[in-house]
Design a protein around this ligand. Structure first.
Ligand SMILES: CC(=O)SCCNC(=O)CCNC(=O)[C@H](O)C(C)(C)COP(=O)(O)OP(=O)(O)OC[C@H]1O[C@@H](n2cnc3c(N)ncnc32)[C@H](O)[C@@H]1OP(=O)(O)O
Ligand SMILES: CC(=O)C(=O)O
Ligand SMILES: [Mg+2]
Length: 358
């Protein structure tokens, strides 16, 4: 166990001091691109400023024969592109793969000063984070990197979910967690073949009409309500992240053409406390930016409650509803997010600035 006094000490002589607090940088969409795919790579410079995070993916979805091309492509992009306000992340190969060591030993010296976050897939427990933490410190020290690279873990194994708290607490580099519904479904032997999203078979059904004898009458229509297969895991992830001061994200929604269900899934995650989701295709960036930005109505309401609550204590009635010390805190969460986003998104700023609190 690392003691409290050692927790914030660099893990290699000459490595930068770990951050004490994970910065709350907007990351509504983490947009995945394959850096070895020339068409996708060519689009990256123009995407800067249109999306909060650009992530060069080296793991699943990159063919084994293209791993090196993807890594080289990522280095080129990292060296040539000015990312401005957009964060630059990568997803390295899994720790049990033959590629991950070369990923880290190539990327950190070449573009470690540009990389904000390294996403580590299939994290099983604190030992995986400790491994990456120490290696990053050694590589940062060797390369003279002055800003520590943060770590984001994907929650995509049953063991990872069971060890979620120790994963979050494993290093001051821990920036956040993403749900990995595809690998997690496989690892848990869930019987869905979808990449995220709901399932029509996972439902609850309205109670039946009953006859005078109390026996169900089966010929009546009974509404069914599709449920969220991922509710438990997302909620668990949100609690663990909040407890450790790091950020939870919904992961991928594979049904690219079903933009409506994608928006619903993202919104469920937003309401539960996630700060963003992955975008696999340019069409999903707009959805994430919309969903993970508080609506004008919500910001207006939150500002009204804050204004009405004065010093934030006591209870008032507003539009027939009770507001008190707790609800004003909820409203402050909404307003703080709106302010963070307004600082980097001029369209949102204009909308929020135009709000008149009556
Ligand atoms: C379970 C997990 O691990 S999820 C994470 C791993 N998966 C990924 O990263 C997948 C990333 N996305 C993709 O590979 C692709 O979007 C696919 C395969 C899903 C669809 O690709 P396509 O069939 O080419 O989609 P489509 O024809 O609609 O693309 C339209 C244009 O957008 C481009 N495009 C597609 N996806 C992306 C992307 N993620 N980033 C940038 N550009 C993209 C295409 O290259 C194409 O460009 P063009 O107009 O110059 O020809
Ligand atoms: C996100 C991811 O890697 C998965 O769902 O498996
Ligand atoms: Mg996966």
């Amino acid at each position: 166990m690392r003691t409290a006094k050692d927790f914030f000490a660099p893990l290699a002589v000459g490595a930068p001091a770990p951050v004490r607090e994970i910065p709350a940088r907007p990351s509504r969409a983490i947009h995945f691109f394959d850096p070895g795919n020339p068409k996708m790579a060519a689009k990256v410079p123009d995407m800067v400023g249109t999306v909060d995070v650009l992530l060069g993916n080296l793991e699943d979805a990159v063919k084994a024969e293209n791993k090196e091309i993807a890594r080289e492509g990522l280095v080129k992009i990292g060296q040539e592109v000015d990312f401005g306000p957009t964060q630059f992340w990568t997803r390295i190969n899994s720790l049990d793969s033959p590629w991950v060591l070369d990923d880290l030993t190539t990327l950190v010296p070449a573009i470690g000063d540009k990389l904000d976050v390294i996403m580590v897939p299939k994290v099983q427990g604190a030992e995986d984070i400790h491994y990456v933490d120490r290696l990053l410190a050694q590589l940062e020290a060797k390369a003279g990197i002055t800003k520590p690279i943060l770590i984001h873990a994907i929650l995509e194994t049953a063991r990872g979910v069971a060890n979620i708290e120790e994963i979050c607490a494993a290093s001051p580099r821990m920036q956040g967690l993403s749900l990995g519904p595809a690998d997690l479904a496989a690892d848990r032997r869930m019987k869905t073949t979808r990449v995220g999203g709901g399932h029509p078979g996972y439902l609850v059904r309205q109670d039946p009409e009953r006859g005078a004898d109390g026996v169900p009458l089966y010929d009546g229509e009974r509404t069914t309500y599709q449920q969220d297969l991922w509710h438990y895991t997302i909620a668990r992830m949100v609690d663990a992240c909040a407890m450790h001061g790091i950020y939870p994200y919904y992961g991928p929604f594979g049904d690219i053409k079903d933009t409506v269900a994608c928006e619903d899934q993202f919104r469920n995650a937003f309401l539960l406390g996630c700060v963003g989701a992955w975008s696999l295709h340019p069409v999903q960036i707009k959805i994430a930016n919309k969903v993970f930005s508080p609506s004008v109505e919500d910001v207006k309401h939150a500002r009204r409650v804050i204004a009405a609550m004065g010093d934030g204590t006591g209870a008032v009635m507003l539009d027939g509803k009770m507001e008190d010390d707790a609800s004003v805190k909820q409203c402050k969460v909404m307003v703080a997010l709106a302010e963070e986003l307004a600082a980097i998104d001029p369209d949102l700023k204009a909308k929020y600035d135009a709000i008149v609190v009556d």
